[in-house]
Design a protein around this ligand. Sequence first.
Ligand SMILES: NC(=O)c1ccc[n+]([C@@H]2O[C@H](COP(=O)([O-])OP(=O)(O)OC[C@H]3O[C@@H](n4cnc5c(N)ncnc54)[C@H](O)[C@@H]3O)[C@@H](O)[C@H]2O)c1
Length: 437
Amino acid sequence: MKLCVIGTGYVGLVAGACFAESGRHVVCVDINEQKIENLRKGIMPIYEPGLDEVVIRNHHKGNLTFSTDLAASVAGVDVCFIAVGTPPADDGSADLSQVFAVGESILKAATGPLVLVVKSTVPVGTQDQLRERCEQFAQHPVDWVSNPEFLREGLALKDFLEPDRVVIGANSQRGAEMMLDLYRPFVEDASQILTMAPRDAELCKYACNAMLATRISFMNDLANLCERVGANVESIRRGMGTDHRIGPHFLFSGIGYGGSCFPKDTQALLHVARQYDYELRIVQAVEDVNADQKAVPFFKLQRLLGDLKQKKIALWGLAFKPETDDMREAPSIVLIQRLIEAGARVSAYDPVAEETATAVFGDAIRSGALRLCEDEYQALEQADALVLATEWLAFRDPDFEQIRRLMRQPILIDGRNVYNAEKVKALGFTYEGVGRR
Ligand SMILES: NC(=O)c1ccc[n+]([C@@H]2O[C@H](COP(=O)([O-])OP(=O)(O)OC[C@H]3O[C@@H](n4cnc5c(N)ncnc54)[C@H](O)[C@@H]3O)[C@@H](O)[C@H]2O)c1
């Protein structure tokens, strides 16, 4: 079975590499020539642990090739995945223009029967829309499949190679069977491959992200209450997470969720509901809590430092979570913007997101308002406060004596509740976690 994956981002590249690893012949296509040229040389366009090894090995074997020529790549393949972006439009809806454009190009280029799989996250009903728009261009039979992806950045390879389950939305038996064949190597038991109607598969993806986002916002809301009533959210999390009906995952309070999925997918889900005259009140509250939560470290700094003009704030972590260079919707962006608006200067360090940050904050870097540092300690020189925004392993057990010596004022805002509050307070720090007593 020959495969083609269109879009070599976090999802497309990982999927292509993992299918190649399972012995398939895969061609990965992207419009970004630089990306494709680099991939051919073994240079990854994203930071994802372990990805380079799998890509390079399969590229050398000849299982995995890269191209910018969509038409030539689609010719002769059996299954074609669409894994392009579905970014938020101004009204919160998912912008599907890349999906529709690619769908049309694929069908025009197909040279035989094809299974066309939408892997991008798309609102319920998109497969039907794609069909309506593009079926006219098909010169061969097409099986339409919706196959949302659940991988997490930073753990993408593991998630793809050992998924909890695979969701397949297919109307045709042939489409469903081809997908079962493709995914069988990745699951222990075939029952982990769930087949359902395309609309169900599409909505299932949004429902999962909305549920996970709900857990985070729920805990952040509780954390804010904890700060007011003198309770400790960490104890509450342990008490909740050990109840097997609740479970321990996604119960960590912090400075809000970010990334390319939770924010955009909750917004897109709200938008779909509004189109059907329905208000998803819980998801709206999840969104609102998260927006407020991203501002929490800024208000803590204001409370502790007063006027922030000319204050120097050190920031550890820029990516929306550890083990990725992705800064889309990262809480660090909101904090940096607010600090700069308030006249503060920011010195930031992230182990891998420097390039992404340069793209996001070019102007602020050029004006000197934001400085990207070589390491975490350089960021601390003469700082009035330190904010931990991303809980990278490298930041978890730092040399607090050195931190204290380098800073002008020993104020520590722990946006991810990773430090031992007693210990850092004993070292003379003013410490603030999120919802910690
Ligand atoms: N990132 C995640 O963790 C994740 C997880 C699950 C699902 N998803 C979903 O998967 C989809 C892709 O996400 P991503 O993070 O990989 O996006 P991304 O932005 O990292 O990658 C998309 C790629 O598609 C390419 N592209 C755009 N138009 C193209 C065209 N016409 N022809 C060829 N290539 C084209 C872009 O150049 C880019 O390299 C989105 O719908 C997203 O919501 C993402």
